[in-house]
Write a protein that binds this ligand. Structure first.
Ligand code: FAQ
Length: 336
């Protein structure tokens, strides 16, 4: 019989070898809990993150831009669903997690509590918010929990397409009128600091980083990824012809990185605690959608139960050598 100590040793060896932990493997309860917390927050962010841009679908300036935006917002829904599925393999159902989100017991990314005041924000979110998300999520493709890492591979491919569409939108506006260029700069000014805050609190104020790095859930610290994002965004801003609202941004030869000012961490914690400009609105909207969707969930469950009942006698009733009715036939007959 395998003892608890042997299971712990196996788990430690898997982490050490940078192999994956899979849902049926033994894992420490604290590892499971940390993963559920992070994956749930990530899933909630994707779903709540549909709201700021969804706000502009009916007001997109052309059919082409509307089709692009619709597809992007639908992709975010898909990301949320892969992530809820990953959380489900850890024993946390989507219903349970959504109810915790609505009750304020789980978090989602601070960035989605800021409003989208003009259509330009769709471009800025694509460029900076999806850009920050990719920076954070590419390393998560190698996270230690298998289903989370595998979900991230597809998510990252789609996010990089989102980032390019945002940049292309802004580039198009920068080639337009003075007023359009001003709109881009104004939008970038509003989103720069909240985008930097997406990476989480500074390392010396991040209670989860050390343990998550030890377990291979995180492979980089919050500050490392924030610096990477600053370094990659500056040449992109120069090519676009915009500036970031930070007079201390400058190349530091010695460090081999750009220096930048400290974000306003009081603002960050205030937003995380529920006091951002749109927190109430975002949760109220999510609650409304969840309540209004109850009948769909009930209907899907009733259909699944009915199909299972109809399929059961067909399987047991088949004589040897007979294949019985196919699930598709059974379902069709049940539906009639
Ligand atoms: N907002 O100890 P740490 C996207 C919380 S997806 C709110 O450093 P950790 C796609 C943190 O949970 C964006 N809360 O925590 C898209 C913890 O609270 P807790 C989401 C935050 O987990 C684009 C406490 O502060 N991405 O944008 C934030 O080690 C466009 C202490 O923090 C992910 O979720 C924050 N920004 O590191 C969609 C990526 N930061 O739970 C639509 C996966 C921290 O102890 C449109 N997550 N907190 O009560 C991660 O990589 C990590 O969880 C971090 C935080 C880095 C976010």
């Amino acid at each position: 019989m395998t003892t608890e100590a042997q299971l712990e040793a196996q788990f430690a060896d898997t982490i050490e070898a940078k192999d994956r932990i899979e849902p049926r493997d033994w894992m420490p309860e604290a590892y499971r809990k940390t993963l559920i917390r992070q994956v749930a927050q990530h899933a909630h962010s994707e779903i709540i993150g549909m709201q700021p841009e969804g706000n502009w679908i009916t007001r997109a300036p052309s059919l082409r831009r509307k089709a692009i935006l619709l597809a992007k917002v639908q992709d975010e829904a898909g990301h949320g669903l892969y992530l809820y599925s990953a959380a489900e393999t850890l024993g946390a159902s989507r219903n349970e997690l959504t109810e915790k989100l609505i009750a304020g017991k789980q978090k989602y990314s601070s960035i989605f509590n800021y409003p989208t005041l003009s259509y330009t924000d769709v471009g800025t979110i694509g460029w900076l918010v999806d850009g920050a998300a990719i920076c954070n999520q590419v390393p998560l493709c190698r996270t230690s929990f298998g289903p989370y890492g595998r979900a991230m591979i597809r998510v990252c491919k789609e996010e990089s397409f989102h980032q390019r569409q945002g940049y292309e939108l802004l580039m198009t506006m920068m080639r337009g009128t003075d007023e359009q260029r001003e709109m881009v700069q104004e939008s970038v000014n509003r989103f720069w600091w909240p985008a930097l805050m997406m990476f989480g609190p500074p390392d010396d104020d991040s209670p989860n980083t050390a343990q998550s790095m030890e377990w291979g859930i995180k492979t980089h610290t919050n500050d490392e990824l924030r610096q990477k994002f600053v370094d990659m965004s500056i040449p992109q801003a120069e090519a676009l012809g915009v500036t970031f609202p930070d007079e201390n941004l400058k190349w530091n030869e010695e460090r081999g990185h750009y220096d930048f000012s400290t974000p306003d961490w009081d603002e960050f914690w205030s937003v995380v605690k529920g006091n951002g400009p749109c927190n109430d609105q975002r949760i109220a909207h999510r609650k409304r959608a969840w309540d209004e969707g109850a009948w769909v969930r009930e209907a899907a469950l009733a259909f699944a139960e009915q199909s299972a009942e109809a399929a059961a006698p067909a399987q047991t009733g088949s004589a040897p050598g007979q294949t019985g009715s196919s699930p598709a036939t059974t379902t069709e007959e049940t539906a009639k």
